[in-house]
Design a protein around this ligand. Structure first.
Ligand SMILES: Cc1cc2nc3c(=O)[nH]c(=O)nc-3n(C[C@H](O)[C@H](O)[C@H](O)COP(=O)(O)OP(=O)(O)OC[C@H]3O[C@@H](n4cnc5c(N)ncnc54)[C@H](O)[C@@H]3O)c2cc1C
Length: 521
């Protein structure tokens, strides 16, 4: 076998998968048909859940250093500021990263590309997948190499992280139903001054659509994204200056553009692959789903696809899990993609519909509803969970099992276990739970009862145990953050989602859970 896993595509999804496999010691080969990293930034928003994963990967400091924290979003309509959504405050109790990090896709790719060196890996550029042949034990992949010659390699698994026109998807005969939107987006990197609230996201809703102003690193540097007015669609020779009048009409005459260093237009599609897997080949990221950029979810969803698949593939490659474990990748990620497509579709239609009524709704009603709703703590929490991707759960997955007896509102199997600060020894320091978790193993959190020691017979080396000390401050934190009162235990999968949840811990329940899921610890 030439490699355990062939990763096709070195966009954000492929780079995340390569890093996650590399740090788990899997022999993975990552190839891309381009000659080097992308120069354009495309996606901009890094969500809280992605930052949590970056922290476990050891790249969060670099990302925070290069990015700009968006702590608030301001909603404008017809020249007036209608509402401010305090992104930072909303998520403070949910994630160590309660904000949207504005960091271009090119920077994200650079950070993850550099990290590959830690595992002795690098991208093989100018290398294109052209054919695939599956057999029961391996896949033969044909690669066109930089000198134009072709080479056949044998690999155990193939990960198609090769974008919306995925060769892996097409060669596997998986359809990609959906359609393009009629609207055309534009994106411009500008230096501008105006009424925009500095360092925050500014959203301008207008009768014919919307404009977003993202604060970027550097003085008065704004990324402007919007939809083209109908009369400018279909033009290949469009320049930024032609779009400026419509932007100024809505963002105010005080708006002044000093320069524009990049301008591009693009059409977007909404599509989801009918399956995310064909035997030994998987689809991840844009190869599996594409949707409107509303909500800055696209890149983040691909990164989470990779985080979901990586630990499962690593266990199977190591021989510590049966290949049946891999079925859960599709079971868990297809519903996430379909839900995302539905919500971004509805939100997109609402904010871009050309109808007169929709225009009126957008500028007169939507902004006021948002202003009212965002004043409500419950709505804020719900919105943060959805947008930051911290609320994604796999409750219906075959890997999720909740035993009876847990209090109402406590985390269930499939949930991302909440972020908390806890004491793990009586009178010990208060520690960040997420820092304690080892995301290359399962983690067993034991509350209100003695915790078994690491290495307890039956629990094996695949599992770390964390006993939560009996202490009033812990009880308070558990009750307020997770509604956990009384004894409980949570077996977390390596990706931080709860696999098994219950009250009184019995080692036999944990070992039964793992063996029924074909995991051998
Ligand atoms: C102009 C634009 C603006 C966008 N803005 C946003 C935004 O604001 N927010 C957001 O969330 N998303 C945005 N997106 C979407 C976002 O860029 C994608 O969701 C993200 O790039 C998906 O990452 P990926 O790694 O799955 O795929 P890609 O980034 O498309 O990477 C796929 C890689 O596979 C390689 N490849 C393809 N075929 C082969 C082959 N046969 N062999 C070898 N290599 C191959 C390609 O060269 C490419 O490098 C935008 C997209 C565009 C086009």
């Amino acid at each position: 076998m030439d490699a355990d896993v062939l990763i096709v595509g070195a966009g954000p999804t492929g780079l995340m998968l390569a890093n996650q496999l590399g740090r788990r010691g899997v022999r993975a080969l990552i190839v891309d048909r381009h000659s080097g990293p992308a120069q354009q930034s495309r996606a901009l928003g890094v969500q809280a859940r992605t930052m949590e994963i970056y922290a476990k990967l050891g790249v969060i400091e670099r990302a925070l250093e290069l990015g700009q924290r968006g702590t608030g979003a301001n909603l404008w309509a017809e020249g007036h500021k209608m509402a401010r959504v305090p992104l930072g405050e909303i998520g403070r109790s949910v994630s160590p990263y309660p904000f949207l990090l504005i960091l271009g896709q090119d920077d994200n790719e650079r950070i993850m590309g550099e990290k590959l060196r830690d595992w002795g890996m690098s991208v093989q550029w100018n290398t294109e997948l052209t054919a695939l042949e599956q057999s029961s034990g391996h896949v033969m992949a044909t690669l066109r190499q930089p000198d134009g010659s072709t080479r056949k390699i044998a690999v155990a698994w193939v990960a198609g992280c090769d974008g919306a026109r995925s060769a892996v998807r097409e060669l596997s005969g998986i359809t990609f139903p959906g359609a393009p939107y009629e609207h055309v987006f534009f994106v411009a990197d500008t230096v501008a001054t105006g009424d925009m609230v500095p360092d925050e996201l500014n959203v301008y809703l207008w009768r014919e659509g919307f404009h977003l102003f993202f604060p970027m690193r550097g003085k008065d540097h704004w990324r402007v994204v919007g939809i083209l007015p109908a009369n400018l669609r279909g033009r290949d020779d469009l320049v930024f200056e032609e779009v400026v009048p419509s932007v100024r009409r809505e963002a105010g005459s005080g708006l002044s553009f000093k320069s524009c260093s990049w301008f591009s237009t693009y059409r977007i599609h909404h599509r989801s692959a009918e399956r995310f897997r064909d035997r030994r080949c998987f689809l991840l990221g844009d190869a599996a789903h594409v949707h409107s950029p509303v909500g800055a979810q696209g890149m983040n969803t691909g990164l989470q696809d990779a985080y979901n698949l990586a630990w499962k593939l690593a266990l199977v490659v190591e021989g510590r899990a049966d290949a049946a474990l891999l079925d859960s990748y599709e079971n868990e990620r297809i519903p996430v993609a379909r839900r995302l497509l539905d919500t971004t579709d509805r939100a997109f239609m609402l904010i871009v519909s050309d109808s007169w009524l929709a225009g009126l709704f957008r500028t007169q009603v939507l902004a006021r509803i948002m202003a009212f709703a965002m004043g409500r703590a419950r709505v804020q929490r719900f919105a943060f969970g959805v947008i930051s991707q911290t609320g994604i759960h796999y409750r219906d997955s075959p890997l999720s099992e909740t035993l009876p007896g847990l209090p109402e509102g406590a985390p269930r199997a499939g949930d991302r276990f909440p972020w908390m600060r806890l004491m793990f020894q009586a009178n010990g320091p208060v520690e960040d739970l997420y820092r304690k978790l080892d995301d290359t193993r399962f983690n067993l959190i034991v509350i209100g009862q003695p915790a078994p020691a690491d290495g307890t017979p039956g629990l094996g080396g695949l599992l770390r145990t964390h006993g939560v000390a009996d202490d009033p401050s812990n009880a308070n934190e558990l009750a307020s953050r997770a509604r956990i009162s009384g004894p409980a235990f949570y077996l977390l999968r390596p990706d931080g989602h709860v696999g098994l949840a219950g009250t009184r811990l019995e080692i036999a329940a944990v070992t039964r859970y793992l063996s029924e899921r074909h995991i051998f610890i």
